[in-house]
Design a binder for this molecule. Structure first.
Ligand SMILES: Cc1cc2nc3c(=O)[nH]c(=O)nc-3n(C[C@H](O)[C@H](O)[C@H](O)COP(=O)(O)OP(=O)(O)OC[C@H]3O[C@@H](n4cnc5c(N)ncnc54)[C@H](O)[C@@H]3O)c2cc1C
Length: 414
């Protein structure tokens, strides 16, 4: 029997396990650093806020791991995976030999150097990424913590601040950049969220400031000092400063890069070793090298990798990346690439949308507004529409299949 090792039990690993469970002649082991079933990461902020119970965010159905006929080893981190010896060393001390492997270890928090000692040494500092981090935060809040300093105004930071809005806590976001959601929205687009954020009584956002010092007492951070002279008192510090691919444990011909490189079959430069999900950097449909950042990308890549592991010939379809943040009653979203050479803005109902063009091709959208208006924008990026197509649609030619709501009822934003 061929021995297959899946490292990581997130969306990509689980999709691969589900695909392989139907295959004969394979002995599949899946290991996970976390001691729990696969879960939905985007519900972690709601778990922290007490709006979701732990059991509500798990992905596998009842006894699904047993039903799949795989060996599932939760709580076993791969410390080293050698492509040469085809062996993985686990945190349990066990060595797992394999013939083929899938690396599906997602991303790990990226923490700036000046904050690393705090995370390592202070009991009330958490980098929110995993279920255990979310449960620790929830415990603190349930235990009476009311002042949260959140470092980083990206997707995770903003989602957590939003989830905490009815929780009776005050949240101070500290962002070194000039604005919020900088990796998904251009500054003037992000600025359109100001009226929504102004309604958040529990939230104060400090942008364009660095952290210059801390007041520490009894092993906990009690004060965060900012470069503009402000001192924030706190019960908890949450680091939401970004992520990086989780690849520190791989040994072999894995060229140095931001994330693992794969071909269209999701195979790395090491034959028989595949990778999928946020651990991979791939070329998107707009020609950028990026991590997937979306559940659908992780699942698709996991399925494609598993099909190839099983000996079939499968290739990944063109993919785009994106992010969505809900700040009730609106969403902020990015689809595709927002660094084009040109753009056009549209108003639709209660939404604002910006289409980014690179030369004559639509490469991405940003949307602030009604989630309904987001529907259908995807084909414009995937099918590489031209600006004229948008103009045609605006003129009432809906045959291109692009968001009818956005484009047939839209008009150019004055
Ligand atoms: C707050 C938040 C909001 C999000 N919102 C959305 C959204 O609205 N829509 C959307 O599509 N996507 C969203 N995402 C992104 C989405 O969750 C990820 O793209 C997706 O989870 C990636 O799946 P993955 O399987 O690659 O990695 P992960 O889900 O991160 O799973 C990786 C697994 O590997 C395990 N692992 C890591 N290292 C090791 C090791 N050495 N040994 C063994 N196991 C290891 C980890 O413990 C983890 O279980 C959000 C993410 C977050 C955090």
């Amino acid at each position: 029997m061929e021995r297959v090792l899946i490292v990581g039990n997130g969306y990509a690993g689980l999709a691969a396990a589900r695909t392989l469970s139907a295959e004969a002649g394979l002995s599949v082991t899946m290991v996970s650093a976390e001691n729990c079933p696969a879960y939905v990461p985007h519900l972690l902020p709601e778990l922290v806020a007490g709006k979701k119970a732990e059991g509500e965010i798990f992905l596998p159905r009842d006894r699904e791991y047993e039903a799949m006929g795989i060996r599932f080893r939760p709580g076993a981190r791969v410390e080293k995976l050698s492509a040469r010896t085809r062996t993985a060393l686990l945190s349990t001390g066990e060595a797992v030999p394999f013939d083929k492997a899938l690396i599906a270890t997602g991303a790990a928090p990226w923490v700036p150097e000046n904050l690393k000692p705090l995370l390592a040494q202070c009991g009330n500092v958490v980098a929110l990424k995993r279920l255990a981090d979310a449960l620790a935060l929830r415990k603190s809040i349930d235990g009476g913590a009311t002042r949260v300093v959140l470092v980083g105004a990206g997707r995770v930071g903003m989602l957590l601040a939003e989830a905490l809005k009815d929780r009776g806590v005050s949240v101070s976001i500290v962002e070194i950049g000039p604005g919020i959601l900088a990796t998904m929205l251009q500054p003037d687009v992000a600025e359109r969220l100001a009226p929504v954020l102004a309604q958040r009584r529990h939230l104060k956002i400090h942008t364009g400031v660095g952290i210059t010092g801390f007041g520490i007492d009894g092993g906990n951070v009690r004060e965060v000092k900012l470069s503009d002279g402000t001192t924030l008192s706190c019960d908890i510090v949450v680091l939401a400063t970004g992520v990086e691919p989780n690849i520190g444990f791989v040994e072999g011909n894995f060229p140095p890069a931001e994330g693992l490189s794969v071909d269209s079959r999701m195979e790395t430069a090491e034959p028989g070793i595949y990778a999928a999900g946020d651990v991979v950097f791939f070329e998107t449909v707009t020609g950028k090298r990026e991590a997937g950042q979306l559940v659908i990308n992780a699942r698709t890549q996991g399925e494609v990798a598993a099909s190839n592991i099983a000996g079939r010939k499968a290739a990944c379809p063109p993919m785009f990346t994106g992010n969505v943040v809900k700040l009730d009653p609106v969403i902020a979203a990015r689809i595709g690439d927002i660094d084009g050479t040109d753009h056009a803005d549209f108003a639709v109902d209660r939404s604002f949308a910006r289409a980014t063009m690179n030369g004559n091709t639509v490469t991405g959208f940003q949307l602030i507004g009604d989630p309904e208006n987001l529907r259908g924008l995807v084909p414009a990026v995937l099918k590489k529409f031209r600006p004229e197509d948008i103009a045609d649609l605006l003129a009432g030619r809906p045959d291109l299949g692009l968001a009818p709501l956005l484009l047939s009822r839209g008009h150019v934003w004055a």
